[in-house]
Design a protein around this ligand. Structure first.
Ligand code: MF3
Ligand code: CO
Length: 271
């Protein structure tokens, strides 16, 4: 989500800890998210329109007595109208489903959020369309691995920046770059909760914006590295939503909702 949407670290970490009843509800929302993304994988083929994927996702979520969390979501004065964000190649996140047709060799990021009985889950995956280039293969591998390593850092006793540093170091060591405009987030009672979880260690002057909050067991977090093959800079297109890389090179996005524990975080949106 956009980093500008967070209040400046006013909440106490303990207020973000969920009860076991809440965790069960969040888990149910996450199960639907993961099943939706798994279902969509079967449809990722050259020739399908992205709006068809959106329809499949919406129908599946509704048939599980849940609601798409992004549909109707307001940012500033704009309302998001779809179930999924679908972002192809140089589109980083928040691509709008349309009559655009997937083509062999593209990479497509699907981002899905679900509201089930008032609790939320959020996850994203980037799938290849048919056969993709070796560079794109490596971009997907590195982004997925960055997410795994970031998740491993989300344990009690660590802080938010431990997740950020782990992701940034791994990505940059592999020659790619991390997004500075969009961040992971707390989740559960709302789609976006404190704390923001940047995929980079904020420079000194930006640290007030990103509190380096202590992680406590039973916090629920959405960790979501967005990795660019080229430079880290991004711009928003005229549609007001679609974020694209400034240099036009491809970008990938993987996201899971997890529960912080004492040693091994629980991934609620595993597929
Ligand atoms: N998963 C997205 C995020 O955390 C949520 C997109 S909200 C929408 O940034 F309104 F753009 F759909
Ligand atoms: Co998210």
């Amino acid at each position: 989500m956009r980093k500008t949407r967070f209040a400046q670290g006013s909440l106490s970490p303990t207020s973000l800890v969920k009860t076991s009843e809440e965790l069960k509800l969040i888990e149910q929302a996450c199960r639907i998210v993961a099943d939706t993304l798994a279902l969509l994988e079967k449809y990722i083929k050259p020739g399908i329109e992205t709006i068809e994927l959106d329809k499949i996702a919406e129908d599946f979520i509704l048939s599980n007595n849940a609601k798409p969390a992004f549909k109707g979501y307001k940012v500033d004065n704009k309302v998001y109208k779809n179930t999924l964000c679908i972002s192809i190649d140089e589109e980083v996140v928040h691509g709008i489903p349309s009559s655009r047709v997937l083509k062999e060799g593209e990479i497509v990021s699907l981002d899905c959020g679900v509201n089930k009985d008032g609790y939320f889950g959020d996850s994203a995956v980037t799938y290849p369309v048919g056969k993709i280039s070796p560079e794109k293969e490596r971009l997907l591998e590195v982004t997925q691995k960055a997410l795994e390593l970031g998740i491993e850092a989300a344990v009690e006793g660590n802080k938010v920046y431990d997740i950020s540093r782990t992701i940034q170091n791994y990505v940059e060591r592999n020659g790619f770059s991390v997004n500075r405009e969009l961040v992971g987030h707390g989740i559960g009672r709302k789609l976006h909760e404190e704390p923001p979880i940047p995929n980079f260690v904020p420079p000194l002057l930006a640290r007030r914006q990103f509190p380096n909050m202590k992680l406590i067991s039973n916090m629920t977090l959405a960790i979501e590295p967005m990795v660019n093959m080229g430079e880290y800079k991004v711009v928003t297109k005229d549609d007001g939503w679609t974020v694209v890389t400034a240099d036009g090179k491809p970008s990938a996005h993987f996201e899971h909702t997890i529960i912080v524990t004492k040693n091994k975080p629980i991934v609620l949106t595993y597929r």
